[in-house]
Design a protein around this ligand. Sequence first.
Ligand SMILES: [Zn+2]
Length: 255
Amino acid sequence: MRGLLCSPLAGTAAANGVQSKVPILVFHRFAAAAIDSMTVRVARFQAQLKVLENLACNVIPLSDWVAWRRGERDSLPPRAVVLTADDGHRSQFEVMAPLLHACGWPVTLFVYPSAISNASYAMTWPQLRELLAEPGFAVQSHTYWHPNLLKERDRMSPDAFRRFAADQLQRSRDTLQQRLSRTVSLLAWPFGLSDEGLWAQAADRGYQAAFSLGNRSASRRDPIFAVPRHLIVDSVDERQLTDLLEAAFKSGDAS
Ligand SMILES: [Zn+2]
């Protein structure tokens, strides 16, 4: 696989005002061919990364965006973009990680622990620890076994559902912290689905922010427990990606 010519552009982007909306991208799987709806072809992924490079994006850690959103930091660099990847698929280790590492770009992986070192498609605990040893990689919670929480809510009694959700949120966080020796404070809702009761439960369980899907760039107006992310699939070509990034970069002053 040919590497990208990623140059260390961070900090050199033209200062043209800080955007109020930050695109948070979410990927899932990578392969030579687009074998299912969530798989991005490797060549397409390389082209998508090239767009970030050509637009002089500053790829920032998700934790920086959260700190800014919580008022713990004053500003973000111009043309800020965040990368995330859900579900702990092995191709994130085999394909995505080397390409991002070559660019020096951070990424946050949202994993559900029941699959790790268990499902054939998933990464192992040693692989996650290997990634965490590199600068820029973070691992956060995607619940314990990736249930459709709204479906479970509708078929359970309120009390049973509260216990079920609490267990999914707590057991994921506890397992990741114990296995990876890192603090876990961020959550991605399975299928992007949540409701306000779940937001309160996530706060109770010690999470600082939670992320959904929505194909909108994230702003301070979004509830911090339902922050939208752009789902990036194989059909997102250079033009589409450029348009969504430029729209965010033109979104006005973030202060
Ligand atoms: Zn998922």
